[in-house]
Design a protein around this ligand. Sequence first.
Ligand SMILES: Nc1ncnc2c1ncn2[C@@H]1O[C@H](COP(=O)(O)OP(=O)(O)O)[C@@H](O)[C@H]1O
Ligand SMILES: [Mg+2]
Length: 254
Amino acid sequence: MLPQITATRFLTPLREGGSLPGLVEASDCGTYVIKFRGAGQGLKVLVAEVIVGELARRLDIRVPEMAVVDLPAAIARYEADEEVQDLLKASLGDNLAVDFLPGSFGYDGSRTPSPDEAADILWLDAFTANVDRTWANPNLLVWHRQVWAIDHGAAIWFHHSWPSRGADAARFAAQPFDLSEHVLRDVAGDLAAAHSRAASALTPEALADVVALVPEQWLEPAPGLDDPKAVRTAYVEHLSRRLENATAWWEAAS
Ligand SMILES: Nc1ncnc2c1ncn2[C@@H]1O[C@H](COP(=O)(O)OP(=O)(O)O)[C@@H](O)[C@H]1O
Ligand SMILES: [Mg+2]
């Protein structure tokens, strides 16, 4: 399970991000980026953050620690900015906390990851259909001279339309991925080797363990997926099928 913490103070909204995340202090004395359950795109974005962020960790890609942060009503009450207060009020309860990397800066190519690290990130993005890693929007931070991956909420889009509208596992498994706009395209090393590393790290047990980290209350039922257990199984099924089908999306792209 992800650690469970409670927000003790809201510090500031992070205006750079499209989803208006914020900064909070929490009961464990840590400072976290909070990704709000009430931020428009809904709980599925938080689910994608957890699944793809934890898949990244399995591939030894640097990602900040994550936790589930409870946002109490008292914190929302004292926020002066109306837009932010509305978001806080819509987000009481469990939100996603991402460990804040103080002094980090957005990736600008001045400090590149190693060729293997870059290839691993490229592979992760192709596997999870993450289009949110371009020069316009790198979603990579440089911290302590290393590259860290953040913001995976747009990946694994299939859950936005399941169980119908093409959200079946076979379609996701075969969906090609276009690497041409990827921010690490030019620094990535051996792509075939990245696939071998990833395929051996992401065993069926690893996929199930990663999906098991998603808090049950974020797994909303959908037609044909009646309870959180069925939803969890569907995530594992989609990811497993895509992994088995790498010729369709990886060899074609690389
Ligand atoms: N863990 C973190 N540490 C430091 N800064 C962060 C962290 N996460 C996000 N940020 C900053 O906040 C911005 C928005 O966060 P991001 O996760 O990309 O959300 P959005 O979905 O809104 O783009 C990032 O571009 C970055 O500047
Ligand atoms: Mg972002």
